[in-house]
Design a protein around this ligand. Structure first.
Ligand code: THU
Length: 157
């Protein structure tokens, strides 16, 4: 039998440095722009790019449910559209149910796949910081979220 383990740490929100405070502020603000009339669950994602720019996204729902998009992919695709050559260094996430901050959420499976493609594309893994009420879960390498991933290297040349 083989076992995979995923290293992560917990940090206190009160210990956030200036970069994390900046990203958290941006994620909280953009979560207000979530379009979530169906779930009433608002998610904010903030990305720090290698050029220092912060790109944000929030979930955007649709009456045809699968047509909506999560905050993470909204942000990652916006970054790809605007800054195609900049690697992602940090992805920080916050979420609210109605007006209340919830505990750390982790990206859905489809978003994990897009996180993986982002790090492969730029050949640079990035941190994923999932912020809760008092604590945040910190994954130093996004690839931990998707073991046995399928990526471009699996496709024939
Ligand atoms: N959602 C996100 O935006 N990110 C996540 O990591 C989990 C879920 C959104 C999708 C949907 O609009 C709502 O939250 C409820 O699932």
């Amino acid at each position: 039998m083989h076992t995979l383990s995923i290293p992560y740490e917990r940090i206190q929100r009160k210990d956030f440095d200036a970069t994390l405070l900046r990203l958290e502020g941006a994620a909280v603000e953009v979560a207000r722009n979530a379009y979530a009339p169906y779930s009433r669950f608002r998610v904010g994602a903030a990305l720090l790019l290698s050029n220092g720019v912060v790109v944000v996204g929030s979930n955007q729902e649709n009456a045809a449910y699968p047509s909506g998009l999560c905050a993470e992919r909204t942000a990652l695709f916006a970054a790809g559209a605007q800054y195609p050559n900049e690697a992602v260094e940090i992805l920080l996430l916050v979420a609210f149910s109605e007006e209340d901050r919830v505990e750390s959420i982790t990206p859905c499976g489809a978003c994990r796949q897009v996180l993986m493609e982002t790090s492969s594309r730029h050949q640079k893994p990035f941190k994923v910081i999932m912020v809760g009420k008092e604590q945040a879960l910190v994954l130093h390498d996004n690839r931990g979220l998707l073991p046995f991933a399928f990526d471009g290297s699996d496709l024939p040349d």
